[in-house]
Design a protein around this ligand. Structure first.
Ligand code: SF4
Ligand code: SF4
Length: 261
């Protein structure tokens, strides 16, 4: 979170990262899996597939190459979470969805189980979509479902208190212990609770096929030793945490699992 505060200027103005930037093209990639892990130890859905940073960036490079074939002067750079760009805000500005009370981008077509990427280009793109109206209405299911009350309304706007959020703590927190009293709802990596309850996710019909072999490996991760853990997670978002963080998370998420310290 300090990283985000330090780069607040660049997040709102990509020209501070790419001086000749004129337009931002926002892209969504659904990761809503066709099957979910039915296990007491839960893993957030975005970690079921290969790490999206590499996958989506490769897709954006290919998209740039395709556009360049048609418009040879099109110069651009892809960004996927690797630079301080406010991806949710750009996607909302581009009309791909709205920022829900769960503080995530909610797409009317894909829901919120999406990764966001950007193509920042030197070209002026003068055909663009308008921002959508916020369609949360009077719903506050995400706010009420959070076991840690991490979604808070400040001056009429919902904000995430990352220090209370399971997703933040199980991934980004490097301390030996998770905060006392953090309620994980069984999640040992990330947390999907405030997305699972969202009506816009329940009604989506877009699903991504997941590798069933990888799903089985993930299901057995709670009893994996360090070597197995590293082998299964190396190409996934789970590779962002160390084995010791995994054991720390397991201890809080599922105290009765075989390995917990
Ligand atoms: S990810 Fe989990 S802990 Fe974080 S705000 Fe959502 S429900 Fe709460
Ligand atoms: S659960 Fe309700 S309030 Fe939360 S993001 Fe979805 S529609 Fe909006």
């Amino acid at each position: 979170m300090q990283y985000m505060q330090r780069n607040a200027d660049k997040r709102s103005d990509p020209r501070l990262l790419y001086a000749r930037a004129k337009s931002v093209i926002s892209v969504l990639l659904s990761y809503n899996p066709s099957i979910t892990i039915d296990d007491p130890v839960k893993i957030a859905r975005f970690a079921y597939c290969d790490d999206y940073h590499l996958r989506l960036k490769q897709m954006l490079f290919e998209l740039i190459a395709q556009i360049k074939k048609r418009y040879p002067d099109f110069n651009a750079r892809p960004f996927v979470d690797t630079a301080p760009i406010s991806d949710k805000r750009w996607a909302a500005t581009a009309g791909l969805g709205w920022i829900g009370r769960n503080t995530l981008l909610v797409s009317p077509r894909f829901g919120s189980f999406c990764n966001i990427g950007e193509i920042v280009t030197e070209s002026v793109v003068d055909i663009y979509d308008r921002p959508l109206e916020n369609r949360c209405g009077s719903c506050d299911l995400c706010v009420r479902s959070c076991p840690n009350q991490a979604l808070r309304c400040i001056d009429g706007r919902y904000m995430l208190d990352a220090s209370r959020c399971t997703a933040y703590n199980t991934i980004e927190n490097r301390d030996l212990q998770l905060p006392e009293g953090l309620r994980t709802g069984g999640y040992a990596f990330g947390c999907d609770i405030c997305q699972e309850v969202c009506p816009h996710n329940r009604h989506t019909t877009v699903f991504v096929q997941v590798d069933e072999k990888q799903m089985k490996r993930l299901q057995h991760l709670a009893s994996a030793d360090e070597e197995e853990f590293n082998a299964v997670t190396s190409h996934t978002a789970l590779g962002r945490i160390s084995y010791s963080q995994w054991l720390r998370n397991l201890k809080q998420a599922a105290p009765s699992t075989p390995r917990q310290s």
